[in-house]
Design a protein around this ligand. Sequence first.
Ligand SMILES: NC(=O)C1=CN([C@@H]2O[C@H](COP(=O)(O)OP(=O)(O)OC[C@H]3O[C@@H](n4cnc5c(N)ncnc54)[C@H](O)[C@@H]3O)[C@@H](O)[C@H]2O)[C@H](O)CC1
Ligand SMILES: [K+]
Length: 514
Amino acid sequence: MKIFTSEQIYAADRFTIEKQQITSDILMERASVQIFEWMNSRLQGAQVKIHLFCGIGNNGGDGIALARHLQEHGYSIGVYVVNYSEKRSKDFLLNLDRLKERKLWPEFLDSECEFPELGRDDIIVDAIFGIGLNRNPDNWVATLIQHINSSSAFILSVDIPSGLYMEQLPSSSDNVIRANHVLSFQAPKLAFFLPQTGVYINQWELLDIGLDAEFLYKTKTGYEFIGKPEVLPMYRPRLKFSHKGNYGHSLIIGGSYGKIGAVQLAGKACLEIGGGLLTALIPECGYTTLQTALPEAMVITCDNDDLIDDISYEIQPTVIGVGMGMGLDKVSIKAFSAFIEKNNIPLVVDADGLNIISKNPKLLKNLPKQTVLTPHPKELERLLGKWNDDFDKLEKAKSFSKKYDCIIVIKGAHTIVVYKDVGFINSTGNPGMATAGSGDVLAGMITGLISQGYEPLSAAIFGVYLHGLSGDLVVSDNGYEAVTSSKLVGHIGKAFMELFRRPEQEQNKEIKEV
Ligand SMILES: NC(=O)C1=CN([C@@H]2O[C@H](COP(=O)(O)OP(=O)(O)OC[C@H]3O[C@@H](n4cnc5c(N)ncnc54)[C@H](O)[C@@H]3O)[C@@H](O)[C@H]2O)[C@H](O)CC1
Ligand SMILES: [K+]
């Protein structure tokens, strides 16, 4: 699913209005009807107090139109116009008139007034600012926002929490509504997914207001949200007459004394995701452990007991995953650097491999095209240098990806796979996955997918999705705290099955039809 900028959404509005031969207030009417239906289906007429805080632009217009629908259906409402500017939008004014025709006069709030009392059991509709926010709210509006935030009432934001910009950080957290739920029109907004701005949103949901589908489809965006519909077409079915050679030979290079487990996790993940053959290149000390823990793997060792000190092998791998548990001893740095200088086999670089590259950026030009880098935030900072904020981080990652033709997997609550001009934002995963070895598993999964013939970008996007889905499945059986990386690996198969599970409703329908 695409993630649009505000300019693109305004362009889609204009295009839709023209193509569907409608007036702009029709879109506002669709928006308000959708929100009303969402609320009505949950409240079923309950006489809970609903406070609607409406700005003077089109976000406010949505709120004013919603107030009309709620009133017509007998809900108990209080309507407040947050009068932060004299420049009221046309459709706001139209809907204000419609409300007044029904003898409903909103209260006008401005800097001088007292704010309404808000009960903890009330519902607040936040329609103060939408995607048009272009400067910090005035002080008194920020005070109102804090008044709303401190109310303990349920806050439902229209389109985007008020005070949250589409493409930059708010100047203070006091300026932003903390939404319990956001009903966003047509497409999710980038700010929902970034660590610094996602904190203002508990849950979000999309409402379809009928913007032109073809226009949205054809518009190129800088970000995409990756869910099941996006990853399903990537899946490469296994063929009846295939053999293990069809699924590639992965080489995992890493480990050091006390960190052989990293290779074991990555190797097992590589096999569980469907890789054909696996060879692990590790220091001597891990030989017996790895052969015992992972009997499916072939193991080769370097001369050094405890460290990777030489990377040489006689096999012909399809793909190489390197870096997990390797450490930063100078012998490993030397061996890794020499390996990078001569290697031209597709590569996934993780952990210490990334740290070595950050210290020796000259190595970057030796990476094969579309090498997958899987940094966590600290490793990313070592690679890219410091960034100003999350938006800047993504821009820097895009430039880096273009410069070195590499794929960067920015690990986080919503892992983002960046390749050149596009960031692919993952939808699966949970906080339980912040656990030792989780990154080793991911690197192994991506390696295993490339080994089977997935293009590196698809492997990164699909691998990240399946990794998160495995984590979600572990949580549903075990809870968040008990998520371990071994359990993640153990759920990769179930994640594939989940991918092809159809919703129960659909299955039942089919049975009835038969
Ligand atoms: N296609 C859609 O998704 C539709 C969305 N709708 C809703 O419209 C808003 C966007 O409306 P817009 O009028 O462009 O902007 P806002 O209501 O967010 O902003 C109001 C207005 O205020 C000015 N402004 C911005 N920042 C400040 C500030 N800090 N202080 C004072 N004034 C400010 C700015 O110039 C704006 O003009 C979208 O989010 C949806 O809710 C449509 O209803 C249907 C189509
Ligand atoms: K809002």
